[in-house]
Design a protein around this ligand. Structure first.
Ligand code: ZN
Length: 266
C-alpha cells in the first residue's frame, strides 16, 4: 500500500501566476512557501516511513510519496530544496507543451531536478481539459510524445506519469502503458491500486491552499482523515455526473466571485 500526496505549485502570496497554470482555478492548489514548509515539518514529525521516490523500484513500492503536477517553475526554485532539506525526493509530472514557457520549468531545470534525485514523469503534452474524452490516437500521442521528449531531456526512459485533471479512464491507462509508463498516478483519493496492461495505477490525496499542516500530515497518519477525503470526492463525483454542466457553471461563477477583489487589483 502506498499513500500518495498530490501538490502543485508553491508561490508567494499575491503572486499566484508566477508558477504553473494561471488563473483562480489553478491557484486553489498553490501553497505559499511558508505553508508548504509547515506541511513538510509536520509530516516529518508524524511519519517515519521513507518517501517512495524511486522509479526504478516500482514493483515493491510501499510507504508514501509526495508528487507535484504540471511542471511549474516553483519545482526548482522552491520545492526541490525544501524536500532535499529533509532528505526527501519528489515525483514531478510535467505537461511537456509548457516546458520553457513563462512560469514553467525549462529543459535545463528538469535535467537538474532529475540529477538531484527527483523523479521526472509525464503529465501529457497539452494537459487536455478532459483527457478521458480524447480519442485513442490522441491519447497515444499525448503520452508517447511527452515521454519521448522527457526521456531526451533526462537521458533516461520515462516510466511514470500522472493523469491531467484526474480524468482517469481505462483507455487513458492503456495508452499510457503503450507509451512505456509503468506507474500511473490518478487523482482518486485511495490507497487501493490495480494494474492495467502491466501499468500500476495509484491514487493520490489532493492537498490544496489553506489546508492546515495538521490536516495534510493526517492524510498520511489517519485512515479516518483519508476516508473523509474519499467520501467527499465520491460525493463530488456523483454530483458532477448528475448535474454535469450546471455544476461546472455554478462552480465557475462562485470562483469568479471569490477571486473578484484579487483580480480587480492593479
Ligand atoms: Zn495538471
Amino acid at each position: 500500500m502506498s499513500i500518495n500526496l498530490l501538490y502543485h505549485d508553491v508561490t508567494e502570496s499575491g503572486a499566484d501566476d508566477a508558477s504553473g497554470f494561471a488563473g483562480p482555478e489553478a491557484a486553489r492548489y498553490k501553497l505559499t512557501p511558508e505553508e508548504f514548509s509547515r506541511h513538510l515539518d509536520r509530516i516529518a514529525n508524524s511519519v517515519t516511513a521513507p518517501a517512495l521516490a524511486s522509479a526504478t523500484d516500482l514493483s515493491s513500492g510501499t510507504g508514501w510519496s509526495i508528487t507535484f503536477d504540471d511542471g511549474g517553475v516553483s519545482a526548482i526554485t522552491t520545492i526541490a530544496a525544501e524536500l532535499e532539506l529533509r532528505n526527501w525526493r519528489g515525483w514531478f509530472f510535467i505537461a511537456t507543451d509548457f516546458i520553457d514557457q513563462p512560469g514553467f520549468c525549462t529543459q535545463a531545470q528538469l535535467r537538474q531536478l532529475h540529477q538531484r534525485g527527483h523523479v521526472i514523469g509525464s503529465h501529457s503534452c497539452s494537459h487536455p481539459e478532459r483527457i478521458s474524452s480524447c480519442s485513442w490516437s490522441q491519447l497515444v500521442d499525448e503520452w508517447s510524445r511527452s515521454c519521448k521528449l522527457l526521456a531526451e531531456i533526462v537521458e533516461e526512459p520515462i516510466k511514470s506519469g500522472s493523469v491531467p485533471g484526474g480524468f482517469y479512464s481505462p483507455d487513458v491507462a492503456r495508452a499510457a502503458s503503450e507509451a512505456g509508463i509503468k506507474l500511473l498516478f490518478n487523482s482518486e483519493p485511495t490507497t487501493g491500486e490495480f494494474e492495467v496492461q502491466g501499468c500500476r495505477i495509484l491514487g493520490r490525496y489532493n492537498v490544496y491552499r489553506g489546508m492546515s499542516a495538521d490536516d495534510a500530515s493526517s492524510l498520511l497518519s489517519s485512515p479516518l482523515r483519508r476516508w473523509r477525503q474519499s467520501a467527499f470526492w465520491s460525493a463530488k463525483k456523483a454530483a458532477k455526473t448528475v448535474a454535469g454542466p450546471i455544476y461546472k457553471a455554478v462552480r465557475k461563477h462562485l470562483l469568479s466571485q471569490v477571486y473578484k477583489p484579487h483580480s480587480a487589483a492593479p
